[in-house]
Ligand binder design. Structure first.
Ligand SMILES: [Ca+2]
Ligand SMILES: [Ca+2]
Length: 238
């Protein structure tokens, strides 16, 4: 009988061997838990001090809608979305929804008619495509001209912190508060897309018309995952 088989037989029958196995299991489980909780204590105590910190953050996008519509000149097309629709994706990305984004693309569809259009049909006048985003009474809007594309972001945390190499004068907890949206990031997102069309001029017996524009869009949520660590200056001369 091998040593292992022998030991397994003893565990089945002998009380001493059973206590030994229970002890090994206890320390295997208890030590990592104890060390992890001590490390967490050090980390959270470290972040309460005002000092120099480095933040690393990554923004992930979650698709809410890919859509498109011909919007008549002067009309607005509303789109309503909620975080409930993508609850699982938000959870997987870390849960910190810090903004909503729309990216629009559009061409130009001007028409011309008249006896002299074959010779000279003039040129397009750009339409203006606008999107307004709203969440928890915060809004942002942005316009672009066709043909082309543009993006409008509405964000509700202090993203400028991610641009700083070293953040000074704040505690780690304060930095975390400024980057964590919590439940405020969830809920309803209201988007309105509008078109203001313009027709260009053509010479002679040729005239141009423009009824609106065909706009395609992608609406995404922005989820921020970040870490904060005390900044430690390394003396390169050492
Ligand atoms: Ca036009
Ligand atoms: Ca147009």
């Amino acid at each position: 009988m091998s040593n292992v088989t022998d030991f397994v037989e003893r565990v089945k029958t002998e009380r001493d061997a059973q206590i030994l196995v229970a002890g090994i299991l206890f320390f295997t489980i208890a030590f990592p838990v104890a060390f992890a909780s001590a490390a967490a204590g050090v980390e959270s105590a470290g972040l309460t001090a005002v000092g120099d910190y480095v933040v690393n953050g990554e923004v992930e996008t979650i698709l809410l809608e890919e859509g498109g519509e011909y919007i008549q000149d002067g009309d607005e097309w509303p789109v309503s979305q909620t975080s409930d629709a993508v609850r699982n994706e938000i959870e997987t990305a870390g849960g910190n929804v810090i903004g909503v984004r729309i990216t629009m693309t559009y061409d130009e569809d001007e028409e011309f008619s008249g006896a002299t259009c074959f010779a000279a049909s003039g040129s397009d006048a750009p339409d203006t495509i606008t999107a307004t985003l709203e969440h928890n009474e915060m809004t942002n809007s942005g316009s672009g001209e066709n043909p082309g594309s543009h993006t409008v972001d509405l964000t509700w945390v202090n993203l400028s912190l991610l641009d700083e190499e070293v953040i000074s004068g704040l505690s780690g907890t304060e930095i975390s508060d400024q980057l964590n949206a919590g439940d405020d990031g969830l809920g309803a997102y209201d988007i309105v897309i509008g078109v203001s069309a313009a027709a260009g001029n053509a010479p002679g017996a040729c005239s141009r018309s423009d009824n609106g524009e065909d706009v395609s869009w992608t609406i995404e949520l922005l989820v921020l995952d970040f870490t904060i660590a005390p900044y430690i200056e390394v003396d390169a001369t050492l």
